[in-house]
Design a protein around this ligand. Structure first.
Ligand SMILES: Cc1ncc(COP(=O)(O)O)c(C=O)c1O
Length: 327
C-alpha cells in the first residue's frame, strides 16, 4: 500500500514472542521501534499536535517547544517538519547523542540547558520550555501533563486487542511521563477489565517511592527533585516495580546476541521484569511488553563494552540468569 506522508506509517507495529521454556508464561514484545523515528513516542507527539490544532492553540506556521530526553523530541520534530511548524527541543547532556542528531536532522532547534557532567536536568529543561512559551508565544506541549499524550496511545490498545483479543493478563511498560503505559492500559482495560498493568521504573527513580539515586536508563523514570507528572495514574497501575541498570542493559545485550533483537535500555529493564513474571506465573500467563524504542540509539552506551566497564554495569550473575531463562 502506498502512503502519502511519513506519519501515515505510525502504528500497526509487530508483536514478537520471546522463546521461553515450556514452564514459563508467554512474553510478547510490542516492538514500537518499527514506528517512524524508531519509538512509541511518535504516537503521542502526533496526537498532542492534533489536539492543539483542534483546540486552536497552534496556528499555521506556529512554534512548538518541548522539554525532552530525545524520543518525544524526535516525534515532534518529524511532525513539525511535515506540517511546517518551528520546533525547539530543550535538552540536556543526559540524552543520547544520536537522538540529538536525529532531532537536528529533522530541522529542530536544540536548546541545551544541561551541565557538562551529563546529569539529567529535567527541572531546568521544563523551566526553560515554559519560559519560551510564556515570553515568546511558543506552544509548549508539556508532555508531563498533556492528556494528548496518553490519548495518543488509544490506537496501540486497539492494535493489541485486535491481535490478541481478551487473552492478555499483564501489560508491562516503562514509566516516564506515564503516558504510554497509562494511555495504553486505560484503553486496553475497557476491553479487558481484569488486565493487570505493571509499571517499571529504574532503581533510583522515585515514581513508586524509595530513595532517589542516579541511573542510566534513558527517557524513563523520574529522578529525585523532578516533579512526577499528573499522567502517572496510580489508581490505574496494579503494581510498580524497579529494575537496576545492570539488569536492564544485560537484557538488551543478551537479546541482541542470542536472538538479534535490538531494544533500548528502558525496554531491556521492562523485559527483565516481565521474564521474572513469566517464570513466577507459569505457562498460562500472557504478558505484553511495550518496547519503547530500539537499541540503535544506544550503541555508544548500552552496547558499548568500554562504556559498560566505565559505568560498572557488567553483571555476570544477571547474564547467567538470563541465559538460564532464555534458552
Ligand atoms: C526510551 C524511553 N523509554 C521509556 C519512556 C517512558 O515513556 P512515557 O513517557 O510514556 O512514560 C520514554 C519516554 O520518553 C523513553 O524515551
Amino acid at each position: 500500500m502506498i502512503k502519502e506522508k511519513i506519519s501515515d506509517l505510525i502504528g500497526r507495529t509487530p508483536l514478537l514472542r520471546l522463546a521461553l521454556p515450556e514452564e514459563a508464561g508467554t512474553v510478547l514484545l510490542k516492538l514500537e521501534q518499527f514506528n517512524p523515528t524508531g519509538t512509541a513516542k511518535i504516537r503521542m507527539a502526533r496526537n498532542m499536535v492534533d489536539e492543539a490544532e483542534e483546540q486552536g492553540l497552534l496556528k499555521p506556521g506556529g512554534w512548538l517547544v518541548e522539554s525532552t530526553s530525545g524520543n518525544t523530541g524526535m516525534g515532534l520534530a518529524l511532525i513539525a517538519a511535515e506540517r511546517g511548524y518551528k520546533f525547539s527541543a530543550v535538552v540536556d547532556n543526559h540524552s543520547s547523542p544520536d537522538k540529538l542528531r536525529a532531532m537536528r536532522a529533522y530541522g529542530a532547534e536544540l536548546v541545551n540547558v544541561g551541565g557538562d557532567d551529563g546529569a539529567l536536568a529535567t527541572a531546568e529543561r521544563d523551566a526553560v520550555a515554559e519560559r519560551l512559551a510564556v515570553e515568546h508565544g511558543a506552544y509548549w506541549t508539556a508532555q508531563h501533563r498533556n492528556q494528548g499524550n496518553p490519548n495518543g496511545y488509544k490506537p496501540l490498545a486497539r492494535e493489541l486487542h485486535d491481535a490478541l483479543g481478551d487473552r492478555i493478563d499483564y501489560l508491562y511498560g516503562a514509566v516516564g511521563t506515564g503516558g504510554s503505559l497509562c494511555g495504553t492500559g486505560r484503553a486496553l482495560r475497557e476491553f479487558i477489565p481484569q488486565l493487570r498493568i505493571v509499571g517499571v521504573e529504574p532503581s533510583g527513580s522515585v515514581v513508586f517511592g524509595g530513595e532517589g539515586a542516579p541511573y542510566h536508563q534513558s527517557g524513563t523514570g523520574t529522578p529525585e527533585g523532578a516533579e512526577i507528572g499528573d499522567l502517572v495514574e496510580y489508581d490505574l497501575i496494579s503494581e510498580g516495580v524497579k529494575v537496576g541498570d545492570a539488569e536492564a542493559f544485560e537484557t538488551c545485550r543478551y537479546l541482541a546476541r542470542r536472538f538479534g533483537i535490538l531494544v533500548g535500555g528502558s525496554a531491556g529493564g521492562v523485559i527483565y521484569k516481565a521474564l521474572e513474571r513469566a517464570l513466577a506465573d507459569g505457562p498460562e500467563a500472557v504478558i505484553v511488553v511495550l518496547v519503547c524504542d530500539g537499541g540503535e540509539k544506544y550503541l555508544d552506551t548500552v552496547f558499548n563494552d568500554d562504556w559498560m566497564v566505565a559505568t560498572g554495569l557488567f553483571d555476570a550473575e544477571v547474564a547467567r540468569r538470563l541465559a538460564s531463562i532464555l534458552r
